[in-house]
Design a protein around this ligand. Structure first.
Ligand code: SF4
Length: 353
């Protein structure tokens, strides 16, 4: 389990008055609900990006120390046919924006290429994005083919969220994490090679995102040094990252983390987290964002969402969209093209063009 502010154990509930059953219907059963449930979109007045599940569980034999996914599900993949049926029905009810998410690694789906190819050819959605990816599956021959297909059939602004969690070899070993720094580095390079070129809306087509996690077994001050060293290497070698997510562990019964150390490391190191995170935001995110969307870049189709004082905030519709602040009040729920005029740590300032 992970959270922005972690360190918590799962809440204990009084289960005396409940009948507890495992709720994990097989995809054979889910396929009909998925199609029937699509009509709910009609009851949602605003535009929505729809997340479609492509698999559940984890294909690794031994799992990461903190992860609850293997406790919840055995590995199982949705059939392409069922995913397409759901997209077809959602499209009928007005959906235009899709993200293939929830799965532990999109690349591990046996039909990873065919799914996006068919969605593109049959439904031509305005946005088609993916979510989680295991870097190990990117660096293989098949992985390179999948990367090329994602660039071809999905839309720009797409992000492969790499569950790196840590670049510290000791932490990687003790928590049985799924990727070592060299593998992540190779995967970052591959995505940059095929995906960094901007697409029609101004965002790079397909880039890696890095997920980091604090509170793992054997975490120390060295961990932050390792993280910074590798992230700096990406920056120095002009390799783009779309975003870095930094979270903290929550400790769930049944995970190796719970059995091994519980909250020992998160308790010990919590006092450093703000500093570590801020260091990454200042030293990596800030210069990275300036490379990603330099001043004067035109970003298209920014949907205006809310006001804060005299500023309007908006985003493109998609996975991990960049937040744009426009320094005046403009009508909400409309789309604008903007020119980048300034950079904050993780968001940008723009003017309507
Ligand atoms: S790779 Fe690790 S974090 Fe990802 S689903 Fe498997 S066990 Fe969980």
């Amino acid at each position: 389990g992970t959270a922005a502010e972690g360190g918590k154990f799962a809440e204990k509930t009084n289960l005396k008055n409940f009948e507890i059953k495992k709720f994990d219907p097989p995809y054979e059963e889910v396929k009909s609900y998925a199609v029937k449930g699509s009509a709910i979109l009609r009851q949602i007045p605003d535009l929505r990006i729809v997340e479609l599940e492509t698999s559940k569980g984890c294909s690794r034999k031994e799992h990461c120390s903190f992860c609850t996914e293997p406790i919840k599900h055995k590995i199982s993949f949705r059939r392409k046919k069922d995913i397409l049926e759901e997209v077809k029905e959602l499209k009928k009810h007005g959906a235009e924006y899709f993200r293939l998410g929830k799965q532990s690694c999109y690349y591990s789906h046996p039909q990873a290429i065919e799914i996006i190819k068919d969605i593109r050819n049959q439904f031509n959605p305005k946005v088609l994005h993916i979510d989680n990816v295991n870097p190990r599956n990117v660096i293989t021959k098949k992985g390179i083919e999948i990367t090329k297909a994602i660039v071809k059939y999905c839309t720009e602004g797409n992000t492969a969220a790499f569950g790196v969690e840590s670049f510290d070899p000791e932490v990687i070993k003790e928590n049985n994490l799924n990727s070592d720094p060299e593998t992540t580095y190779k995967a970052v390079k591959i995505l940059n090679r095929f995906g960094r070129e901007p697409g029609p809306n101004g965002m790079p087509k397909f880039l890696p995102g890095i997920n980091l996690l604090y509170g793992l077994v054997e975490e120390s001050k060295q961990t932050n040094r390792h993280n910074l060293r590798w992230l700096k290497r990406f920056l120095d070698e002009n390799l783009l990252l779309r975003r870095i997510n930094i979270r903290q562990v929550d400790i769930f019964e049944g995970t190796p983390l719970y059995d091994k150390v519980g909250n020992k490391f998160i308790k010990k190191n919590k006092k450093y987290y703000w500093k570590w995170k801020n260091q990454i935001r200042q030293e990596i995110d800030s210069p990275m964002l300036k490379k990603l969307v330099p001043k004067d870049t035109i970003l298209k189709n920014i949907g205006s969402e809310i006001y804060d004082g005299k500023t309007t905030f908006g985003r493109q519709i998609g996975t991990y969209p960049l937040i744009v602040g426009i320094k005046k009040r403009i009508p909400l729920k409309k789309f604008y093209n903007i020119k980048v005029t300034d950079h904050m740590l993780r968001s940008i300032v723009g003017e309507v063009v």
